[in-house]
Design a protein around this ligand. Structure first.
Ligand SMILES: [Fe+2]
Ligand SMILES: [Fe+2]
Length: 367
């Protein structure tokens, strides 16, 4: 059987036949379930199979199908599962409320972030024909599907609202304060009009525009490849965050809705697996192709993609990760300092994993 490699945009966006939809407390979320109760991601009538088919072409050529491996960006999440559970068991819900709000806010950037990417024509950028590749379908449904998955489409809620529902159900509808939308580690994309504000050292679009291949690659093309690699790294890092959240919020001792939380996080992770797969595929295809230079020559795709991947991985690990953990610890410390039993909880907290020094400046630093 030959696998199909070309699809219309409507096919990429087409919904599968659901037996039931994903609803909770009167709210419609994307995706649904088959007759056996198995989750079916949104826009998945053809999308996952198409990505698998394009990926199999790369593998058949003996080329790598991943441009960034999980092991390159995987970090131990802070607070640890044990630390987070201790906080929730002790009734200290502020840090968890902040983290879940932050995840939701970041997911909510999806539609605006994807729409901010330039509209490019692969025929002008690649020497080889790209009609039967993942790259050839980025502007034919794949980007639109991705943005919709993250931030919703019409009345149907996406990942942002799914995380808020998980937060509210499992933490008993905690109070959400405006400062929870400030000092984000990722800057809102152009076009975003919500309440989120970035931290001074946040990742922002301007960091995407410092070119590694000036005078060689069309700047819009390099920005797009860098942005896709950046999104891929965020998606890969999110896997461990989501597994952590599932572990913590699926525990009935610290969650008011353990089954709902675990089930909803499973749905989100199934959707995210599609994002990781198409981003890896499009970048791996680019890596094995020949790119047109602005001067009329060519550049091997592997030179470009390997350099971009190194740069993006370096930017996302190391100091940035440690800064985020110190900032989180500052918030945890501040919440516990207001409590009579805060010192005892902090002592026990240290028994469940490493404790970073907390941030010495910034709005959420301890007094
Ligand atoms: Fe997402
Ligand atoms: Fe995603």
């Amino acid at each position: 059987m030959t696998r199909r490699l070309q699809y219309a945009k409507e096919e990429i966006l087409a919904e599968p036949g659901y037996a039931s939809r994903n609803r909770y407390e009167g709210r419609d979320f994307h995706g649904g379930f088959d007759a056996a109760g198995k989750y079916m991601p949104p826009r998945s009538l053809h999308r996952p199979q198409a990505i698998a088919a394009w990926t199999s072409v790369i593998a058949a050529a003996g080329e790598p199908t991943e441009v960034v491996r999980m092991s390159e960006v995987d970090r131990v999440f802070f607070p640890s599962v044990g630390q987070a559970k201790l906080l929730l068991r002790s009734g200290a819900r502020d840090a968890m409320t902040r983290m879940l709000t932050l995840i939701g806010v970041t997911e909510g950037f999806g539609n605006d972030g994807i729409r901010a990417l330039p509209q490019l024509d692969p025929r002008q950028l690649y020497v080889e024909p790209m009609d039967e590749t993942c790259v050839g379908h980025l502007w034919k449904g794949l980007f639109e599907a991705h943005g919709n998955d993250e931030a919703g489409r019409g009345e149907e809620a996406g990942h942002d609202e799914m995380w808020y529902a998980i937060r509210d159900a499992s933490l008993g509808h905690p109070t959400i304060t405006p400062d929870m939308f400030e000092n984000l580690p990722i800057a809102p994309p152009p076009g975003y009009s919500g309440p989120a504000k970035a931290a001074p050292q946040a990742l922002r679009v301007s960091s995407l525009t410092s070119q590694l291949f000036p005078d060689q690659l069309d700047p819009m093309f390099e920005i797009t490849l860098t942005a896709l690699t950046q999104i891929l790294v965020i998606e890969l890092m999110a896997f461990s965050t989501f597994a952590w959240a599932r572990d913590v919020l699926g525990d009935g001792r610290c969650s008011a809705a353990p089954e709902f939380a675990a089930g909803m996080i499973d749905c989100i992770q199934a959707d995210e697996a599609i994002h990781v797969a198409y981003l890896q595929c499009a970048l791996a295809e680019t890596r094995m192709r020949t790119l047109r230079s602005t001067a009329g020559g060519t550049i091997p795709g592997n030179v470009v993609i390997d350099a971009i991947a190194r740069k993006v991985v370096a930017e996302n690990t190391g100091g940035r990760w440690e800064r985020m953990n110190r900032y989180r610890m500052g918030q945890i410390r501040r919440e516990l300092e207001d409590r009579d039993d805060g010192r005892r909880i902090l002592e026990e907290f240290a028994e469940f994993g490493p404790v970073p020094a907390s941030e010495s400046s910034g709005v959420n630093a301890p007094a």
